[in-house]
Design a protein. Structure first.
Length: 227
């Protein structure tokens, strides 16, 4: 376990909370494949070529997203997660798919580990920003490592989701859990990404989650795909 997780109560709490679900997540991926939110993320990412691209998967979980892209020809991935259980399952799945030679895994908080992580062509954060209290630091650190495509999902900005998140936070506090998610101003989150030099390439959503894929701004015209 990294120094971050030794010293941070938040890292320890996140590790404990998600590790207990890791085998269930891996079993579901083996049985049914990607979740709908993940399918939308990859749909947006595939707006640009993925073959031979280097991936950075922050909060990678059991590896569903990056393992799918590696099978499609992506060159390599660095997967970062605070949950030891999730990374153990990701390593098993990589081995089962004969992809272990192209996957590197780091246990810890991405923000704390970011200086040692190389730039990637494609960065992914599936349901990650809502686990960080200081989202600006996370966005600044992760966009600085992104050469081209920046893909994320966050809770849909609706009254229903706001109420669900608020209730979840209250329940976790009631049971004295050290881990709980965070409801941010999602417009501010999106603006923070754009301020780092990206424009929106793709947008989609489920009932609960907003999916956004950005491209680093260059001379290409703005293209927004929304289904």
């Amino acid at each position: 376990m990294t120094a971050c997780c030794h010293n941070s109560a938040a890292c320890v709490a996140t590790d404990k909370f998600f590790s207990k679900w890791s085998k269930k997540y891996a079993k579901r991926f083996r049985k049914t494949g990607l979740e709908r939110t993940q399918e939308y993320l990859l749909e947006g990412i595939r707006k640009e070529p993925v073959v031979s691209k280097r991936l950075l998967d922050i909060g990678c979980g059991v590896g569903s997203l990056h393992l799918t892209l590696l099978r499609e020809g992506a060159a390599a991935v660095v997967g970062v997660d605070m949950s030891n259980g999730m990374l153990e399952q990701a390593k098993k799945l990589a081995g089962e798919n004969h992809l272990e030679g192209r996957a590197e895994y780091i246990l810890g908080d991405f923000v704390a580990e970011s200086k040692a992580i190389q730039e990637a062509d494609i960065t992914m954060l599936d349901k990650v920003v809502c686990c960080y209290e200081d989202y600006r630091t996370l966005i600044n650190a992760s966009t600085s490592k992104t050469k081209a495509i920046y893909a994320l999902s966050h809770p849909k900005d609706s009254l229903i989701m706001r109420c669900i998140f608020t209730l979840q936070i209250l329940v976790l506090k009631l049971f004295r859990s050290s881990f709980h998610p965070f409801w941010h101003n999602w417009n501010d989150v999106q603006k923070a990404i754009i301020d780092q030099g990206f424009h929106l390439l793709y947008s989609n959503s489920t009932i609960a989650w907003q999916v956004l894929v950005y491209k680093r701004t260059d001379s290409s015209p703005l293209i927004v795909s929304k289904l």
